[in-house]
Design a protein around this ligand. Structure first.
Ligand SMILES: Nc1nc2c(ncn2[C@@H]2O[C@H](COP(=O)(O)OP(=O)(O)OP(=O)(O)O)[C@@H](O)[C@H]2O)c(=O)[nH]1
Length: 535
């Protein structure tokens, strides 16, 4: 896009420059044409001056119509200035002829230039016309002859042959360029000079030949939007000051503006090259500048994949990427904290701070699966505080809550930190023991828990004796959560039925036997009076 924009800007600049250069070239052409116009003007006026001086001479010598032929012949230099000079009286009849006095001349009284001379009483340059004598295109310079009283008695007419080689060579010499051509049109549109001789004296319309008609638009100007023949051309023109002619030039545009083609090529090429180089440099620079962003992306992916933790965000770079990385670290930390809090709330019993049933339901199957893989046993102790309802009823719900908190604390203190304690509901707790080495260890666990509850509970200003019944189930063979819980429940039921404040151990799958045996094996505890003892 940058490349397109640069080439576009360059192109627009070049178009503007080209338009300026066109204008400049056209101005140059007009100024060259001004010189040509002045030259032509002077040339025609010089010839006009020659006839004027002869007229002054005739007036000085007080000549008459009869003397005109001799007058002309006394100026042989006229032959160089004009193709011929003839004279007419005021009626337009022929009276003298420089080249051939026997030439038969027509009456010219109806010719516009003749009438104009009589009207203005001064020298007139005619519009181009075809000579009836020579049949060639000519322009006439007409000069009145005055007698001593100032009356016109004859008119000298000098013919300028537009096809004579000297005139064509003279005009061609005014060209400043090899290409194109120079032409002259009279101000009524009649072609005075053109390299195509057949066009002389024609008056082509703008539609037919726009290049020839363009100069009629004003005293001077140029156009670069004209088709000359089939080729686009630059046409510039300049009107003569004294003669009603406009001298013009037509150049093919491709020649006139040839230098612009190489300017276009070089400028666009340079713009493209420099932009491409700048683009490559910019791309490299951006790549270097964005390297920390790539690094940040790698860190994010690594954290997402669990290969590293969010502390990888906590970098000490001072740049924007360092700021971004540390902002990500803060965001991730707070989200992790929120997530941890949520998880803790979802898996913790609010009152006692132990795990809750949800956590236990997830944990027990996992522990059983581990045991299945390692071939070791798992034991679950199912605890229920004895006659807890009467504690609530007697001391109030708040004291009941405090008993639950204290009971939970003692329970967690009685087991290893690797054992998992959870409160299922109300006054029911469970403990999961992993890597248990048989029922003997299960009995030790039961003893430890009962022992932990021996000391009186001092809560809410009351000292209470709190006991619990414990049903312990231990896996013999691989089993599931439901089975082991049911087995522990049977054991608990047995203890409750036997009078509370004791424990029983069941092996999953052999519940009744194990339950009875557990209580029997510990007569002192079985003999302990069940129920709640108040201190
Ligand atoms: N203070 C308190 N009491 C609770 C809470 N949850 C349940 N309880 C009460 O705990 C008592 C549980 O009684 P049970 O286990 O059914 O019966 P028990 O009185 O313990 O009798 P046994 O279990 O047969 O020894 C009920 O009265 C419940 O209302 C609790 O969060 N706080």
């Amino acid at each position: 896009m940058v490349l397109i924009a640069a080439v576009g800007v360059c192109g627009i600049s070049l178009l503007i420059a080209e338009s300026q250069i066109q204008r400049m070239i056209a101005r140059q052409e007009i100024s060259a044409l001004s010189g040509a116009a002045a030259y032509l003007d002077n040339d025609v006026r010089a010839r006009q001056g020659v006839l004027r001086s002869i007229a002054e001479e005739a007036q000085t010598r007080n000549l008459s119509v009869r003397d005109v032929q001799a007058l002309l012949e006394s100026h042989p230099g006229l032959r160089d200035e004009f193709s011929n000079v003839v004279a007419f009286d005021v009626r337009g009849d022929y009276v003298a002829n420089l080249k051939n006095r026997r030439d038969k001349m027509l009456n010219v009284s109806t010719r516009p230039y003749f009438q104009e001379v009589l009207r203005s009483r001064d020298s007139v340059i005619s519009a181009p016309f075809r000579s009836q004598l020579s049949g060639r295109p000519v322009v006439s310079v007409a000069q009145p002859l005055h007698d001593a009283r100032g009356n016109i008695y004859a008119v000298l007419v000098g013919g300028l042959d537009l096809l004579r080689p000297a005139f064509a060579a003279q005009v061609e010499a005014l060209r400043t360029r090899e290409q194109g051509y120079l032409f002259i049109v009279a101000n009524d549109g009649t072609v005075v000079h053109h390299p195509q001789k057949e066009l002389i004296l024609t008056r082509p319309s703008g539609d037919e030949m726009p290049a020839l008609a363009a100069p009629l638009a004003g005293p001077e100007g140029w156009r670069a939007d004209i088709l000359d023949g089939k080729e686009p051309a630059l046409v510039a023109w300049k009107r003569l000051r004294h003669v009603d002619w406009t001298v013009a030039v037509s150049y093919p545009l491709r020649d006139a503006f040839a230098p612009m083609a190489s300017v276009w090529f070089n400028a666009l090429g340079a713009a493209g090259l420099f932009t491409a180089m700048a683009g490559i440099f910019g791309w490299g620079l951006v790549k270097v500048l964005l390297e920390p962003l790539d690094e940040l992306q790698r860190v994010v992916e690594s954290i997402d994949a669990g290969a590293t933790d969010i502390s990888a965000f906590n970098v000490d770079h001072a740049d924007e990427f360092g700021l971004l990385s540390r902002a990500l670290y803060r965001l991730s930390s707070s989200r992790k904290q929120a997530s941890d809090d949520l998880h803790r709330l979802a898996t913790t019993d609010v009152l006692t701070g132990t795990h809750n049933r949800r956590m236990f339901d997830q944990f027990l199957p996992a522990a059983l699966a581990r045991a299945r893989r390692s071939g070791e046993s798992v034991a679950v102790a199912f605890l229920d505080i004895d006659r807890f309802k009467s504690i609530n009823d007697t001391h109030g719900h708040a004291v009941g809550d405090a008993v639950l908190v204290e009971f939970s604390a003692r329970l967690q203190g009685a087991v290893r930190c690797t054992d998992t304690v959870a409160r299922l509901a109300g006054d029911e707790f469970v403990v999961v023991f992993e890597q248990v080495r048989g029922t003997g260890e299960a009995h030790q666990l039961g003893d430890k828990i009962l022992a932990a509850m021996q000391a009186p509970f001092v809560v809410g200003g009351s000292t209470l004796r709190v006991t619990a019944s414990i049903g312990i189930a231990i896996t013999g063979v691989p089993t599931n959560a439901e089975a082991i819980m049911q087995s522990a429940d049977y054991a608990l039921y047995g203890v409750k039925a036997a009078g509370r404040n004791g424990y029983a151990v069941n092996v999953v799958g052999a519940e009744k036997l194990a339950s009875v045996r557990g209580l029997d094996e510990h007569p002192p505890r079985a003999a302990t009076p069940p129920g709640v003892a108040h201190a």
